[in-house]
Design a protein. Structure first.
Length: 389
């Protein structure tokens, strides 16, 4: 049986089982809502599962997926949603079994969670209280199995994660697991950063990255995103920003690149935040002050004085024009963020940003950030050379 055929079969069985969870007298009407063949209550009272399965067998794979989506819109059902996710991911990028095994191996010496109960973390991702236990006479449910294993081994181990299905689950669920084990609820401080770094290094082999996408209560929040398809300009900006600050500034740039094509509003927000980060970092290193309330144009004007980038600092007309344009770019990015980003509610009539808008904003921010970093490094070199003479 082909992989697709096996997935279709599993989705059919999951949906039939889900429908069978309804009251027998509700099953015929539920099937009609899912655009399945009508039938009588007597047949449904005989076997709810057979009633649903018989009608699902008459559907094409596309019709079956459509029925499953209709069901998922009305009901929250882990197994139906999981099978749909697997089908959706067939033609997309894959996190391979090899990469998954390597990531699981991390938890041979690192706990799944430090600051919350490991079983509780898994319970948030899988319905372990209703999943059958692996072949074991001692346990009825997966939760009983995991609880007993965690007690015997003093924690959850890779074999237990494999038993729950982490090697074969959808990519979406696997990514949610990675985000959960690196969340501030699971761990903070250096253990959080170290675990995220180890996972990220392995994910990159498959074209994904685990990077900081925000903060909550002062702690990083990590998200799994596809690695952006880079251009030579992207690579040179990445190299410059990674050398300047590999954690916050470079992570912001990587996140902005990753979202250009899929989340334009979020990418535009990150483009402005990237420039704010660079301005604040350089101002700090230069011993200059800034306020939390300073917006990007204000920060840039302060930095311009430090780096002597104001048009009035130069006599050559061409440089005055270029630097004036740089200031306009920064101000425009701030205005674009206010109009098109996800920082504010768009309202029903506000224009929605397109990927081309995000591409422009992110590329401009990356170029400006690189220019500011290079100028700061040049000013430092000049100061050192002057001091040594």
């Amino acid at each position: 049986m082909s992989t697709i055929a096996a997935m279709v079969k599993e989705l059919r069985e999951a949906l039939a089982s889900a429908i069978a969870e309804a009251k027998a007298y509700d099953v015929p009407a539920l099937c009609v809502r899912l655009r399945l063949a009508d039938g009588g209550e007597d047949e449904a009272f005989g076997s709810k599962y057979k009633y649903a399965h018989k009608r699902l067998m008459a559907l094409s794979p596309g019709e079956l997926a459509a029925a499953a989506r209709l069901y998922a819109d009305e009901h929250e059902h882990f197994f139906v949603s999981e099978q749909l996710a697997k089908l959706d991911e067939v033609s997309g990028p894959e996190i391979t079994s090899l990469t998954r095994r390597r990531i699981l191996a991390i938890f041979q010496d690192v706990p799944v969670a430090l600051d919350i109960d490991e079983i509780e973390l898994l319970r948030r991702l899988w319905p372990i209280n209703s999943m059958p236990a692996p072949s074991s006479r001692e346990d009825r449910t997966m939760e009983e199995y995991l609880t007993r294993q965690a007690f015997q081994c003093d924690r959850i181990e890779p074999a237990h994660l494999e038993a729950i299905g982490l090697l074969k689950c959808s990519r979406a669920l696997f990514c949610r697991f990675l985000e959960a084990v690196t969340s501030p609820e699971a761990r903070t401080g250096s253990p959080q950063a170290e675990t995220a770094g180890r996972i990220d290094e392995l994910l990159r082999h498959d074209g994904f990255t685990l990077l900081q996408a925000g903060r909550i209560s002062g702690c990083p929040i990590y998200r799994v995103l596809p690695l952006p398809v880079g251009t030579p300009a992207d690579e040179s900006i990445s190299a410059a920003l990674a050398a300047f600050d590999p954690t916050q500034v470079h992570a912001r740039w990587t996140a902005a690149m990753a979202r250009r094509g899929t989340e334009p509003a979020g990418a535009i927000t990150l483009a402005r935040t990237l420039l704010e980060d660079v301005c604040k970092w350089i101002l700090d290193q230069a011993g200059s002050t800034w306020q939390e309330t300073d917006d990007l144009p204000v920060l840039y004007r302060k930095l311009s004085k430090v780096l002597k980038l104001a048009p009035d600092d130069h006599t050559e007309q061409i440089f005055k024009q270029i630097l004036g344009s740089c200031q306009s770019v920064v101000e425009s990015l701030g205005a674009l963020r206010n109009k098109l980003s996800d920082a504010h509610s768009p309202g029903p009539k506000r224009a929605r940003p397109q990927p081309r808008h995000a591409e422009l904003a992110v590329n401009l921010a990356g170029a400006m950030a690189t220019f500011l970093v290079a100028t700061w490094e040049a000013r430092q070199a000049e100061s050192e050379a002057s001091a040594s003479n």
